[in-house]
Design a protein around this ligand. Structure first.
Ligand code: TYM
Length: 339
């Protein structure tokens, strides 16, 4: 099947679990802003139902949800141009998620590397929701018939699973109802690594705060973290190929490229042969100049939580207007009697 009958529609989401990192910003939010335009419907979600797959203190969850909305807006998502809302206010996500729990196979879930990483040896003790998470994620995307899903590299497998779920639903019910959404994984920042270990992803949940840049870090802390970031003994190479087998150097170059809207090639051209003593302070200054205005605007927006809640409610109404008819149709296809 093709997507020809579906209009272009962008969907993506971020979990409000703990603080946001520069990885979320460069790998996701910044790219959402770039994909936002008046001709394409873009839908950006705060996936609070995904967040509770691991324990969240309720007050912290409310705070993280509002802070993520503030980050979206401070980074340039316009709630008038895009649809911005939190998942739990549009119940069609959970309802389609249940149908997909009955379409997806246990064997498919068993192959999800993120579940294996998160559960570790603890597979008996983690929540059932953590295991079923990818089928809710498929519902997030397909409840809007979304065709394009900008994400970081770590979500690729989940978007591929979404395609498998869509195909199996269409096949089992002999319909051409769900599109095949495309993961959009582009630019130099699809996988920002941890500042202390270039082989591990930068994440909200890493053990040490020094391994990540948080969107709420101030200028002094950002500078300190880059100064202490792990690098290696060699100066920057003459070509991008010279970054091979140098994970920390590669990561710092990619961060610079993403922050400056260029490419690793352009960064290497500018800094070929430079020592870390020159590159790191320049990287820190660049990061501060890009991130500080966002974090300041986030703090300003967070002073008016009622306004954030109004934006979410309005966004949820708009999201629901798209989702509900698609859910109704899915219910008809499945054979559920509706009033
Ligand atoms: P989450 O909340 O872990 O991450 C949100 C987005 O940020 C990207 N990202 C990164 N990109 C580059 N480098 C990094 N170090 C880095 N860390 C995170 C992620 O790839 C993601 O795009 N399951 C999803 C949320 C979700 C979703 C969806 C996404 C739920 N439903 C539907 C797209 C469509 C997640 O946990 O992302």
């Amino acid at each position: 099947m093709t997507n020809a009958q579906f209009k272009r529609r962008v969907f993506s989401g971020i979990k409000p679990s703990g603080g946001l990192t520069m990885g979320n910003y460069l790998g996701a939010i910044k790219r959402f802003v770039e994909m936002q335009n008046a001709d394409t419907e873009s839908i950006y979600c705060v996936v609070d139902m995904h967040a509770i797959t691991v324990w969240q203190d309720p007050a912290d969850l409310r705070h993280a949800t509002r802070e993520l909305v503030a980050a979206y807006i401070a980074s340039g998502i316009d709630p008038e141009t895009s649809i911005l809302f939190n998942q739990s206010q549009v119940s069609a996500h959970a309802e389609l998620g249940w149908i997909f729990n009955c379409v997806a196979r246990v064997g498919w879930m068993n192959r999800m590397t993120q579940f294996k990483d998160k559960a570790g040896k603890n597979t008996e003790q983690v929540s059932l929701g953590l295991y079923a998470y990818p089928s809710l994620m498929a519902a997030d995307i397909l409840i809007y018939h979304a065709t394009h899903v900008p994400v970081g590299e770590d979500q690729k497998q989940h978007v591929e699973l979404t395609r498998d779920i869509a195909a199996k639903f269409n096949h089992d019910y002999k319909v051409d109802f769900f599109p095949q959404p495309e993961p959009i994984i582009e630019g130099p920042a699809t996988r920002i690594m941890n500042l202390r270990d270039g082989t591990k992803k930068m994440s909200k949940s890493g053990a040490s705060d020094m391994e990540r840049i948080n969107m709420t870090d101030d200028a002094a802390l950002i500078a300190k973290k880059f100064k202490k970031a792990k690098s290696d003994q060699e100066p920057l190479p003459e070509t991008v190929a010279g970054l091979k087998d140098r994970p920390e150097a590669k990561n710092l170059v990619e961060i610079y490229a993403a922050l400056s809207d260029t490419s690793p090639e352009a960064v290497i051209k500018e800094f070929a042969g430079a020592q870390w003593g020159r590159f790191k302070p320049e990287l820190a200054d660049l990061a501060v100049s890009k991130l500080e205005p966002i974090s300041q605007e986030m703090s300003r927006l967070m002073q008016d939580p009622a306004e954030i809640d109004r934006i979410l409610a309005k966004g949820a109404d708009k999201a629901n207007a798209i989702a509900q008819p698609i859910l109704d149709k899915a219910y008809d296809i499945v054979g559920f009697i509706r009033r």
